[in-house]
Design a binder for this molecule. Structure first.
Ligand code: 5GP
Length: 181
């Protein structure tokens, strides 16, 4: 375990096992229909890499990058698109892939924006969800894990851009937060 991690919340085995189940559910639902996975950078990059390989339906992948105004640990709901999709999503089955759903404000903005582009369908798959923190209702068809309201890192999730490469998800030692106020 990394020295900065206080406690592991989800092990690599738990994460990979759940991704296999999500992949099976998605493959069952879409069948032979092509599905376009839209991953939200940067956090969901690792998740989409593993999730896409667990799906047997025809898959395409595109990326979007958004920035939330305000501090890095609090969502303001005001979102700016930094990198847009490379292709049109009109008439396509779109599955937005997110690392973590917290207040839901970022995703609400994104879904409104994407639905205005007339996809054939629009669903969400998030690895983690903090139900207790939700400020806007979001229909999320595929949820990996419900977790309590704690700031977690690893498996794509960062703290000041670090720890994304941890294969597990954990809570940082409070000392690390204090060093980067
Ligand atoms: P929301 O708009 O749902 O509040 O914010 C979602 C975004 O906040 C996530 O995509 C992620 O970037 C960030 N976030 C929320 N909770 C956590 C957390 O526990 N750890 C990390 N590293 N980022 C988080």
């Amino acid at each position: 375990m990394d020295a900065d991690i206080d406690r592991i919340v989800l092990t690599e085995e738990q994460i990979q096992g759940r991704i296999r189940e999500l992949g099976e559910a998605i493959s069952r639902d879409y069948g032979d229909e092509p599905v376009l996975l839209i991953a939200v950078l940067r956090g969901a990059a690792l998740f989409v890499a593993d999730l896409s390989r667990a799906i047997s339906s025809p898959v395409e992948i595109d990326f979007m990058a958004v920035s939330s105004y305000g501090s890095s640990t609090k969502s303001s709901g005001v979102v700016r698109i930094i990198k847009d999709l490379d292709e049109s999503i009109e008439g396509r089955h779109v599955l937005v892939v997110e690392d973590i759903l917290d207040t839901g404000l970022t995703l609400k903005y994104l879904l409104k924006n994407l639905s205005s582009r007339s996809p054939a369908s629009l669903e969400v798959c998030t690895l983690l969800s903090k139900e207790g923190k939700r400020r806007v209702p979001i229909t999320c068809k595929y949820v990996g894990f419900e977790i309590p309201d704690e700031f977690v890192v690893g498996y794509g999730l960062d703290f000041v851009e670090r720890y994304r490469n941890l294969p597990y998800i954990g809570v940082l030692r409070s000392q690390v937060h204090a060093e980067h106020p």
